[in-house]
Structure formats: C-alpha cells, structure tokens
Ligand binder design. Structure first.
Ligand code: SAH
Length: 222
C-alpha cells in the first residue's frame, strides 16, 4: 500500500509537471529553463501556509508587502537573458525570497543579488545555503545604484519596477550586455530589454510584454 508521504511526493511531481506544461503553453521553450524550474522546489521559498499553492502560475505574498514573482515571468526573464548565450556574471535587483536568484544560480556561473529589505534577505540567504548554491553573493543595498564594485555585468535583471531606468544600471553593463527590467508605474508596466551595442555607449531598447511588478523603491528597509 502506498504511504502518505509517497502520496504527497506523487502529487507534488504531478503539480510541478502541470506548471511546466503551462509555461510551455505560454511560449517558454528554453529546455534548460524548463528543466531547472521543474527541478527547483518553489515551495521552499514561501511560507508553509501557502506552500500548497507553490506550483500555481501565480505571484504569492512573501511578507514585508512583497511577492514571489509569477513562474511564467521568472521563466520569461531568464530566457531573455540566456537568449544570446550564457552570461558569465549576472546582477539581480530585488532578491525577495530568492527564487529567481536560485533559478539563475543553476544556469549561469556567477550571480550577484541585492535586496533593500533585510528580513527578506536573511531568509533568502538561508535558502541559498540550504540548497547548496555557492555561486550567489547577496548584499543588503539599494539596487538603483547597481553594484559598482562588482561591475561590469553581462546581464542585469530587475524584479522591481522603476518609473524610468536608472542610468547606473546601463553604465554597469559589459559590452553586448543585456538589462531586463519592468518599467512603469503601479498601473501599467512594460517588460523591456536594453542591449548595449558592443563597446559603445549606445543601447537598443525593446518592449517585450505588459507585466505587473512591485515598485523599485529608494533607500534601505523602512
Ligand atoms: N526576485 C523575487 C521577486 C521579489 S519582489 C522572486 O524571485 O520572486 C521584488 C523585490 O525587490 C522585493 O523584495 C523588494 O523589497 C525589492 N526591492 C524593491 N526596491 C529595491 C531596491 N531599490 N533595491 C533592492 N531591492 C529592491
């Protein structure tokens, strides 16, 4: 007879497969991204009370008024930064619960991530340790300034939306580097890619799709 725990395992595998199918149906086709998200336990990134909803394609509250991003959006942003090959050094702005960070850490060599709310950062760091992610360096800082000491980055990904793109993020892109960022106010945001043209100071901007992220705030905590 099947015991209770096997039962839970089966359900969780099936619900994860359903999520991956949903991402495919939504147009995500990078096999590395799909495999990674199938494998990564999203339920470890949210409170136990909400864990049963971890494999729904939806954003969920993580405390401090913030959310874990919708899996489709995580997949889309990750796919965009991998589109021109694997970037060596990636900066993420807005660690939150650390889910997007962990997806990146399994796909690229080095991830830098910054979060302005220290309680969220402390929990995310504990999860990185628990998952054995050794290629993540996390910092308590205002991501609107990027991370000048660690620049340049081959890709920068922001999981919070500014009204306009901070200049400092553009100046920290390596040649041909890509910035993936939601831009707009709380009512309307566009996910944009901004690609630095070789070694020049010219940038090519493209609108990808409408999205809804929490705002990129200024300053730390509070
Ligand atoms: N990456 C997360 C999404 C977290 S929501 C995930 O995988 O689900 C966005 C996060 O950006 C929040 O935790 C918020 O506190 C943080 N944030 C907002 N403004 C910021 C800023 N200026 N610098 C750093 N982090 C910021």
């Amino acid at each position: 007879m099947q015991n209770r725990f096997q039962g839970i395992g089966m359900t969780s595998r099936r619900t994860r497969e359903r999520l991956i199918q949903r991402l495919r149906d939504g147009g995500i086709d990078n096999p590395a991204v799909l495999d990674c998200m199938q494998d990564l336990p999203r339920h470890l990134f949210i409170d136990e009370a909400l864990a049963h909803r971890a494999y729904e394609d939806t954003a969920l509250p993580i405390g401090c008024g913030q959310t874990i991003s919708q899996p489709y959006v995580v997949a889309r942003m990750t796919e965009l930064i991998l589109a021109q090959g694997t970037p060596e050094r990636v900066l993420e702005i807005g660690t939150g619960c650390g889910y997007q960070t962990a997806v990146l850490a399994r796909l690229v060599p080095q991830v830098f991530t910054v979060e302005r709310l220290s309680p969220l950062l402390a929990k995310a760091r504990a999860r990185f340790r628990e998952l054995g992610l050794r290629n993540v360096i996390a910092r308590h800082a205002d991501g609107r300034h990027g991370w000048p000491e660690k620049a340049p980055f081959n890709a920068i990904l922001s999981t919070a939306a500014p009204a306009t793109i901070p200049d400092k993020l553009l100046t920290q892109l390596a040649p041909d580097g890509i910035l993936v960022i939601p831009v707009g106010d709380k009512h309307e945001q566009q996910l944009q890619t901004v690609v630095r043209q070789g070694h020049t100071e010219r940038f090519k901007t493209q609108n990808i799709e409408s999205v809804r992220f929490v705002p990129l705030h200024s300053g730390l905590d509070g």
